[in-house]
Design a protein around this ligand. Sequence first.
Ligand code: PEP
Length: 253
Amino acid sequence: MRKPIIAGNWKLNKTISQAVDLVTELQALVADVSEVEIVVAPVFTALSAVAAALKENRIGLSAQDLYWEKSGAFTGEVSAELLRDAGCSYVIIGHSERRQYFGENNEMVNKKVRSALDAHLAPIICVGEHLAERQAGKTESVIEDHVMGAIEGLSANQLLTSVIAYEPVWAIGTGQVATPDQAQEVHAHIRRLLAGKYSKEVANQIQIQYGGSVKPANATDLLSQVDVDGALVGGASLEAESFAGIIAAARRN
Ligand code: PEP
């Protein structure tokens, strides 16, 4: 049985005090939840303060990105070790906004994934096709390229420390959510790819989240799909009530 994982990507939002308020409110709402893995990803500057506000390990802390070098002359960058030092146990890698606005490619994503794993951080690896790619019938090949590129050189154990987030780019922040069938189809495809590279057992163990306009109202249908093990949530994670609503939907499944 795979545990559902609901992660909130706060993107470039919230001051330190707003982030602490949000996580404090959220903790009260999920105080009795143990059957769902819950993760929040604030901006870098709020990580330490949110870590200090987290109690009882019910919510895991994630960064939204990292740089693969450990230290040195890399102005503006933050390493996996420093994220651990700030209290993180997860890091989002290869989000489509990073690929789109900051030129990230598979090779960079793979270096980031490896450096996260070396520092004992669980990478949440984002993959997903653009609308034009879906319309051209290229969804499966784009997903294969993203997944295989990101996990190049990983052992089965390292893969199983990772989470994959299928995030169709056309569904992110648009309100245009993938249908449960569309999500299921791609998640099953990812599992087939992993079964081919590793084994069926490994493919059956890894958590694969769906991301793209998940809200409390559509979460139940998406999360009830057999290969959908949770959600990576942007907009709806910025308010405790709506994020808790998605966690409640994951609990019911
Ligand atoms: C995201 O940015 O990862 C995301 C899924 O955003 P939203 O939920 O707002 O579509």
